[in-house]
Design a protein around this ligand. Structure first.
Ligand code: R5P
Length: 293
């Protein structure tokens, strides 16, 4: 049975690409606010007897989440055989531990809420720190896709003689796999985070790579401080470029980051003017395989 793909507002473009690639039917979710601020949700498309994939990137999770739950519940009540969440960017991954007394562990709470609403979750490069996989947070089957091969292919096609630069130890995983795929050298910097918008970065001797173009790769650009500080440490090198997976660019981050690089590109997991690398084919393939890793 043809699947029904329902984008929350703001996700129509990505959902349309998915629907075309999966030969699914593209529906719509109408939302508005009642005068007192409550959310109204109406599905356009008939969920009866078929899988429904609700597409919502979670770059702004707090404003989207209730509508997402209402849409999922409506799809189930109207006869969907399964209701999946396609979240190209998955939120609430950073607070995965109680760092200070009394803090909420929001990644656990968010995972519980999503798991009680959807049958399956499909996402790209979730920001896993202390949990080895989404399976240790989420009670539903999850499929985690990786953007690194697509980033690598874009760099190989667009940047001659790149030096892949990871801004911190966590980025070793994608910097290493990108470099290996395209046969480029990689270096990983050392970052110490001092606050939400304060990072220090130490750089090893880069003089052996002065004839190469540094390409900073990271999973998330949020405040942008990691990229800005890292770019500032590349003096003496060719003008740096930057490729990120999830283009959150909060507040003035885009202005800050774009001023530090010759070029900044991102995947389309979060709609942004820097989007150049399409991941809809990756997600469509996972949907067609039944959302399994
Ligand atoms: C680090 O843990 C991540 O890989 C990113 O480097 C980080 O989330 C970027 O955050 P920001 O843009 O706020 O420096």
């Amino acid at each position: 049975m043809q699947r029904l793909i329902l984008p929350l507002p703001g996700n129509e473009g990505f959902a349309a690409r998915l629907a075309a690639l999966c030969e699914g039917e593209l529906g719509a979710v109408e939302t508005r606010r009642f005068p007192d601020g409550e959310s109204y949700v109406r599905l356009h498309g008939d969920p009866q007897g078929r899988p429904v994939d609700i597409v919502c990137t979670l770059a702004h999770p707090d404003s989207a989440f209730l509508s997402l739950v209402f849409a999922a519940d409506a799809a189930r009540e109207l006869g969907a055989t399964e209701v999946n969440l396609v979240a190209p960017y998955l939120a609430y991954m950073r607070q995965d531990k109680r760092f200070h007394p009394g803090e909420s562990i929001s990644s656990l709470s968010f995972a519980r809420l999503v798991s009680s609403t959807f049958d399956r979750l499909l996402t790209v490069d979730p920001h896993l720190h202390r949990h080895p996989s989404l399976g240790s947070l989420y009670a539903i089957p999850t499929a985690t896709l990786h953007a690194a091969p697509r980033l690598a292919d874009w760099i190989a096609a667009n940047v001659p003689a790149p030096l892949i630069v990871g801004p911190d130890e966590e980025s070793q995983q994608w910097a290493g796999s990108i470099a290996a795929r395209i046969g480029a050298p990689a270096v990983v910097l050392r970052k110490t985070r001092r606050g939400d918008r304060q990072v220090d970065i130490e750089v090893p001797d880069l003089s052996p790579w002065r004839d190469r173009t540094p390409v900073l790769v990271d999973d998330i650009a949020s405040s942008g401080r990691t990229l800005v500080v890292a770019a500032g440490k590349l003096a003496g090198m060719k003008p740096p470029q930057c490729v990120v997976v999830h283009a959150l660019f909060a507040d003035d981050a885009w202005a800050q980051v774009s001023g530090c690089f010759e070029r900044v590109v991102s995947t389309d997991t979060v709609p942004h003017p820097s989007n150049r690398i399409e991941l809809a084919p990756l997600l469509a393939d996972a949907l067609l395989r039944g959302l399994r890793d």
